[in-house]
Design a protein around this ligand. Structure first.
Ligand code: PDD
Length: 285
């Protein structure tokens, strides 16, 4: 049950960070959440690739290379000594003037948080979770592109708050044109007539690493899977819905806006993909 924070290469028990860091002031930062299997990071290379791509998209130069991250993370994981860990990698714009212009920020800060992981209860996987199609829209790609994983998540926070008010555990957002996008920290899949569908990157979503793996597993196992654009209402016709993400893995959805999805319990395709994904994680580790 230990938390260790690595701040620019120094492993600490606690971290206080400057209020002048633009990550704090403006959400001017990028981040990744990585899970572990047997306390080894899962798909770290892919997460680091996406971290660098996100940083590039906001013109933030990450001052360290991949080897540095791999080494520091290994040291921080062993300092924490948990059975399994929640890993959060953050790169902020750094300390600068209290002014939206990032040019006064000279040195990005790198924070690696390693904490004991709180897994979703088994009952969520056995029964499915409730989601709500909320009124808050996912950002369009020509605003803050959802494919850049920045520390500016207020849009998703608002969506989550709306879902909470509606008695749901998570929110599904559509884009400003009414097309399905994703959950607040997960990607969306649904099943109709035995076929699997998932919103395409064009709809304005994060290209999830779990999503990518699940698409690959579905193809390898002979499922018909299609990426595309579907209006929000389409989701009510789904026989199965599931969400994917580093923490949720493959999470079945039982209710949409209080209505049963299919039989109101995890469907066969969701369960099969969940098993395949769990096996993949244990094989890769
Ligand atoms: N979120 N969509 C959004 C908006 C996300 O924040 C995430 C991940 C995903 C799924 O991506 P991946 O499969 O690579 O985890 C999709 C992490 C878990 C988080 O911010 O906590």
């Amino acid at each position: 049950m230990t938390t260790k924070i690595n701040f620019n290469g120094e492993i600490l028990d606690h971290l206080s960070i400057s209020v002048f860091d633009h990550g704090f002031l403006f959400g001017d930062s990028v981040y990744e959440v990585v899970s572990t299997f047997k306390n080894q990071p899962c798909f770290l290379n892919k997460h680091l690739d996406r971290l660098y791509a996100s940083a590039k998209a906001i013109s933030l130069k990450v001052p360290r290379d991949k080897e540095w991250f791999q080494r520091e993370l290994k040291n921080t994981l062993s300092a924490a000594g948990n059975d399994e860990s929640y890993i959060r990698i953050i790169v902020t714009r750094g300390v600068g003037e209290v002014n939206i212009d990032p040019s006064s920020c000279e040195q990005p800060n790198i924070i690696l948080m390693v904490m004991d992981v709180t897994e979703y209860p088994k009952s969520c996987y056995e029964k499915g979770i409730q989601v709500a199609l909320v009124s808050i829209k996912r950002n369009p790609r020509d605003s803050l592109n959802p494919n850049i994983k920045t520390g500016n998540y207020l849009n998703n926070v608002l969506a989550k708050m709306e879902a909470n008010k509606l008695g749901a555990q998570d929110a599904i957002m559509v884009n400003p044109w009414g097309y399905l996008t994703e959950g607040t920290t997960s990607n969306l899949f649904f099943v109709r007539e035995g076929h699997i569908f998932t919103p395409s990157l064009e709809c304005g979503i994060l290209s999830g690493i779990t999503r990518e793996m699940v698409i690959q597993l579905a193809k390898e196992n002979g499922f018909h899977i299609e990426e595309g654009k579907w209006p929000g209402e389409e989701l009510f016709k789904a026989e199965e819905i599931f969400l994917t993400g580093t923490l949720k893995k493959v999470m079945p959805v039982s209710h949409l806006d209080g209505r049963l999805v299919g039989a109101g319990k995890p469907g066969p395709i969701t369960q099969k993909l969940r098993r395949l994904y769990d096996d993949l994680i244990s094989e890769k580790a």
